[in-house]
Write a protein that binds this ligand. Structure first.
Ligand SMILES: Nc1ncnc2c1ncn2[C@@H]1O[C@H](COP(=O)(O)OP(=O)(O)OP(=O)(O)O)[C@@H](O)[C@H]1O
Length: 266
């Protein structure tokens, strides 16, 4: 039986949650996203690609931190361009950047509350939402600890808590498993699957195994474009015994890159 990807099961009568056509985005002076087409609906989408593929730049554009330099980008049915009022879209977004800033003297609870306030959440909903987000990432027993006293993995989890506090419709997680120990990674996969039941989650990672375990859809980027989109099973089917990698999914990933580079004459 063929597994169906989230992109295929998304309703066709509604706009995609995330839709890009010929999208171009600059990182500094470099055109890091260059003619990218992408359609994402509800589910967990794993974003893979070699260093410098443009994953972070794409994430930053979807988070409305970077303005597109060209092409079309639609988020939650709203067109994102220089003239757009992005407040409604931003209220529906959650974003964990690769590096995020915080006041070191804030407690975990204060940090997540502060982010809820920045997202313009109704005041009466904040305490409950903050508590729920902190519990979901397994930090309830550290809610009163100052951010500066947390380990790297705990900081990452606090970052995820702030990203989900507003129950976003689009959740963007840029390398969220960096610094997590193996047990936390397993918990995180479960959290991802749970979040993906009613949210469009895009998670960038170099850990192909996390994608296979937790994602319904694999999106692979190379040189600013989408090289491949399919299910984890489809990704695995791309590889063979001779391809580089320690697992069937890694071999599928290597095979796709190898073929693409061969076709491009590199
Ligand atoms: N501020 C900048 N100025 C110039 N070039 C940049 C800037 N930021 C990124 N780039 C370049 O843009 C390209 C894409 O970078 P990006 O960080 O989006 O890739 P990535 O896929 O997230 O990489 P990684 O897996 O290493 O995090 C790279 O070639 C990078 O060197």
């Amino acid at each position: 039986m063929r597994t169906v990807s989230a992109a295929e099961t998304a309703p066709t009568t509604h706009p995609w949650t995330v839709h890009a056509e010929g999208l171009r985005v600059r990182a500094g002076r470099h055109l890091a996203v260059d003619g990218l087409d992408l359609a994402l609906g509800t589910g967990v989408h794993g974003l893979l690609g070699p260093n410098g593929a443009g994953k972070t730049t794409l994430m930053r554009a979807l988070a409305t931190v970077l303005e597109p330099a060209g092409g079309k980008l639609t988020l939650l049915g709203e067109s994102v361009d220089g003239r757009a009022d992005l407040r409604r879209v931003r209220r529906g977004l959650g974003y964990l950047p690769q590096q995020f800033g915080f006041y070191p003297r804030f407690t975990v609870r204060e940090f997540v509350e502060y982010m809820a306030w920045l997202k313009e959440m109704p005041k009466s909903l904040v305490p409950g939402a903050v508590q729920r987000a902190i519990e979901r990432v397994g930090l309830a027993d550290r809610a009163g600890s100052r951010m500066k006293t947390l380990s790297g993995g705990m900081l990452r989890r606090a970052g995820i808590a702030q990203a989900i506090v507003n129950d976003p419709a689009i959740l963007l997680l840029d390398e969220p498993t960096v610094g997590l120990d193996p047990e936390q990674r397993l918990d995180f996969r479960e959290l991802l699957r749970d979040l993906g039941t009613d949210c469009c989650v895009l998670v960038s990672t170099h850990l192909v195994e996390d994608v296979v375990a937790a994602c319904s859809d694999v999106v692979m980027m190379h040189e600013g474009r989408i090289l491949y989109q399919g299910t984890p099973d489809d990704l695995i089917a791309q590889g063979s015994a001779g391809d580089a990698g320690d697992s069937p999914a890694e071999r599928g990933y290597s095979a796709l890159l190898r073929r693409h580079r061969a076709e491009a004459g590199r």
